[in-house]
Design a protein around this ligand. Structure first.
Ligand SMILES: [Zn+2]
Length: 216
């Protein structure tokens, strides 16, 4: 490894450390990050959080302002409860959706806290063409139907083990008056079918050797 690469790895490691400190404070969730960062050449992804809890970043992004959205996204996976392969694969959208939504919701406050100035419009262009927007659309409908405030809804999801998230939302219906419950359950069942591990919507196939986890 070149000295420049080592300096880049150390800088990104520090950036992730700082992001996670702020995110942990905001969400009251502890981090599972191993503390290890790998910069990957010709990555084919922007960021990745394997199940060993290292964080991978496309080496081409190390000096690109867009890396902040990727680092935030991967850092949020590190706060997620129940982040294990089988549950992730069975409930992919229940993980990627809340993570990506919180990346967008918390980005301005985290970057401000870190004293980072990046043009939000650059991020928005990347947000608008993001593959996980399909998950976000159904989650946003579901959040509105529950009446739970936006940030709380997604932080609650992240705090719940991945495999229990779907049921955690479903049981909210038991508190609702009959008419509201019927409408809610329709929204829920559509959302759940989109959010449950439909591999066609993943960015790339899961390798059978199992080293790679979520991508951003
Ligand atoms: Zn992800």
């Amino acid at each position: 490894m070149q000295a420049d690469d080592r300096a880049d790895v150390e800088r990104i490691r520090q950036e992730l450390h700082d992001i996670l400190q702020v995110l942990s404070e905001i969400t009251s969730l502890p981090s599972n990050w191993s503390g290890t960062v790998h910069l990957v050449g010709d990555a084919g992804f922007k960021g990745q959080k394997p199940f060993n809890c290292d964080i991978l970043l496309d080496a081409a992004l190390v000096s690109d302002g867009l890396r902040w959205r990727t680092l935030l996204h991967e850092a949020l996976h590190a706060l997620s409860r129940g982040y294990v392969r089988e549950d992730f694969e069975n409930f992919r959208g229940w993980e990627e959706g809340p993570v990506e939504k919180l990346q967008r919701l918390l980005r301005p406050v985290v970057l401000t806290r870190l004293g980072i100035t990046v043009d939000e419009s650059m991020f928005r262009a990347a947000d608008e063409r993001h593959l996980y927007n399909r998950y976000l659309a159904v989650l946003e409908e579901l959040q509105r139907a529950t009446g739970i405030p936006e940030r709380q809804f997604y932080v609650d999801l992240l705090s719940t083990p991945i495999k229990d998230r779907s049921m955690g939302i479903y049981v909210l219906s038991s508190q609702m008056p009959r008419k509201q419950r019927q409408a809610f359950l329709l929204i829920f069942s559509k959302a759940n079918s989109v959010l449950k591990g439909d591999i066609r919507w993943s960015l790339q196939p899961i390798r059978s050797n199992g080293e790679n986890g979520s991508s951003a």
